[in-house]
Design a protein around this ligand. Structure first.
Ligand code: FMN
Length: 230
């Protein structure tokens, strides 16, 4: 098996949680530039990395710590830059949290076919990297039954997705949560077995333009609306 170890998680950003929440937006236009392996490492760690060295708990809360999600990364040609000046080979990789590493699933640049499977959403093709989240519902339904399928797993997908949004934002990158795609086609391109159901695609890259907002803008917005009810 071929593993690519990721740079170890560490404190890399200087932005506060309230600033990250303030400036987070869904980004659909990206620069034609790679992201760094360190940035990819931090995004994967935020999504589903280990944050408890006793129990192996992860960055995302999980009903009964059943951890139904698998996180894949679809890396494009020259999509992820390494420190030595080279690039990670284009391919579909699975994130292995305990090793904080990527395991190669299949070689090649699959962004184009993935964009087609996502009803032609061009940001999937143009981003240097697409995160793809898949759910193994049985891990949670085994304990919680239908409630696990209808509520707990989708809730957890939201938690992991928000972690990706906020870490991408804090790193100066952008992403968008994509729920509109043909499940079977995405599964064919990305996942390793039929138990894994694709639930989100999140393209990640450098935003083509930066969304500007400061707390003062929000204060003005709120005060204007308050005047309307006073
Ligand atoms: C469950 C879910 C599915 C979404 N699916 C798509 C999608 O398929 N394509 C897309 O461009 N944006 C998608 N979005 C992003 C929303 O359009 C976006 O969050 C919304 O317009 C608000 O903008 P903001 O994220 O910048 O606050 C989705 C968001 C959620 C939560």
């Amino acid at each position: 098996m071929s593993y690519t170890p990721l740079p170890l998680p560490k404190k890399v950003t200087s932005i506060s949680i309230e600033e990250a929440i303030l400036i987070r937006r869904s980004i659909r236009r990206f620069k034609d530039e790679p992201i760094s392996l360190e940035q990819l490492s931090m995004i994967l760690w935020a999504a589903y990395g280990i944050t408890d060295h006793y129990k192996g708990f992860r960055a995302t809360p999980s009903a009964g710590a059943t951890y139904p999600l698998e996180i894949y990364t679809v890396i494009g040609e020259r999509g992820v830059a390494k420190d030595d000046g080279g690039y990670v080979d284009a391919g579909v990789y699975k994130y292995v949290g305990e090793l904080h590493a990527l395991r190669l699933v299949r070689r090649g640049d699959y962004r184009d076919v993935l964009a087609k499977a996502a009803l032609g959403q061009q940001w999937v093709r143009r981003a240097p990297v697409d995160m793809v989240m898949a759910a193994v519902f049985e891990r949670t339904t085994r304990i919680y039954g239908e409630r696990g399928r209808l509520r707990y797993v989708p809730m957890e997908v939201g938690h992991a997705g928000q972690n990706i949004y906020l870490m991408a934002t804090a790193l100066g990158l952008g992403t968008v949560a994509i729920g509109a795609f043909i499940d079977d086609k995405v599964a064919e391109i990305v996942v390793e077995n039929r138990h894994e159901v694709p639930v989100y695609i999140m393209p990640v890259g450098k935003p083509a333009e930066v969304f500007k907002v400061v707390f003062e803008d929000i204060e003005n917005y709120i005060m204007m609306h308050r005047r309307g009810v006073a």
